[in-house]
Design a protein around this ligand. Structure first.
Ligand code: DC
Length: 219
C-alpha cells in the first residue's frame, strides 16, 4: 500500500535522481515512465518499425513486454536494456514515438496497472494529469537555466563527454522550447500541483523536502 506521488519538471531539474532516491527513502517503487517510452523506441528501432501510426507499430505494441524491475533497470522481453535505452540514437528518436496517441494509450494503460496499488513514485510529464489524476502528491521540479546548465555540464564531464558550457546551455534552452507546447497541452498543469524550485537545493535536500511533503499526505 501507500500513496501515489507524481513527479514532473523541466529539463535537467533532477527529476530522475530525485524520484529514484525518494522511492528508496519511502520504500516505494520508482515508475520511470520515460524508460518505458525509451524501451519501446529501442524495440521499434531494432525491428525497423518507424514512428508512424499503423498496423506495424500496433502489432509491435501488442507483442513487446516492457517491465520495470523493482530494483531499477528496464527489461525488454526479459532482456536488461538499461544501458541501450540511454544511447543518443534512442534519445533522439524517442520523442517521435512518444508523440503518437496509439503509443501513449498503450503506455498509459500499462502504467495505470503498475501504480494501481499505490506505493509508487511516478515520473513523467503526464503522471499527475492523465495517468494518476488521483495522485495524493503532485510535484513539478523547476530550477533556473544556469543551475541546470551547471548540473548537466558536470554530469557530462564526469562521463568524459567533451562539450562546452555554452553548448549545454543551448541544448537545455532548445529542449525547454520543445517541451513548452507538449508539457501539459492547452489545459495547463493539473490541479494541485506543487512547484518546487531546486535552484539552491542539493539532491539530498530535494529528496528530504519531497519526503516531508509525502509524509504530510499519508506516506
Ligand atoms: O525522461 P526521459 O528522458 O527518459 O524520457 C524519454 C522521452 O519520453 C522524452 O522524450 C519524454 C517522453 N516521455 C513522455 O512523453 N511521457 C512520459 N510519461 C515520460 C517520458
Amino acid at each position: 500500500m501507500g500513496i501515489i506521488i507524481a513527479i514532473d519538471g523541466v529539463v535537467s531539474a533532477g527529476k530522475s535522481t530525485t524520484a529514484r532516491l525518494l522511492a528508496r527513502a519511502l520504500g516505494y517503487r520508482h515508475l520511470d515512465t520515460g524508460a518505458m517510452y525509451r524501451a519501446l523506441t529501442l524495440a521499434a528501432t531494432r525491428r525497423q518499425v518507424p514512428p508512424v501510426a499503423g498496423p506495424e507499430l500496433e502489432s509491435l505494441l501488442g507483442r513487446v513486454h516492457i517491465e520495470l524491475a523493482p530494483e531499477g533497470g528496464v527489461l525488454l522481453d526479459g532482456e536488461d536494456v538499461g544501458e541501450d535505452i540511454r544511447q543518443p540514437q534512442i534519445t533522439r528518436s524517442v520523442g517521435a514515438y512518444a508523440d503518437l496517441p496509439l503509443v501513449r494509450r498503450a503506455m498509459v494503460e500499462a502504467q495505470k496497472k503498475m501504480g494501481a496499488q499505490g506505493g509508487v513514485v511516478a515520473e513523467g510529464r503526464d503522471m499527475g494529469s492523465v495517468v494518476f489524476p488521483q495522485a495524493q502528491l503532485k510535484v513539478r521540479l523547476v530550477a533556473d537555466l544556469e543551475a541546470r546548465t551547471r548540473r548537466r555540464f558536470d554530469e557530462l564531464k564526469a562521463k568524459g563527454v567533451a562539450i562546452s558550457l555554452e553548448q549545454v546551455r543551448e541544448d537545455i534552452r532548445r529542449r525547454d522550447r520543445e517541451d513548452q507546447e507538449r508539457d501539459y497541452g492547452p489545459q495547463g498543469p493539473p490541479a494541485g500541483v506543487i512547484e518546487v524550485d531546486t535552484t539552491a537545493m542539493s539532491i539530498a535536500e530535494q529528496v528530504a523536502h519531497l519526503a516531508a511533503l509525502a509524509r504530510q499526505r499519508g506516506a
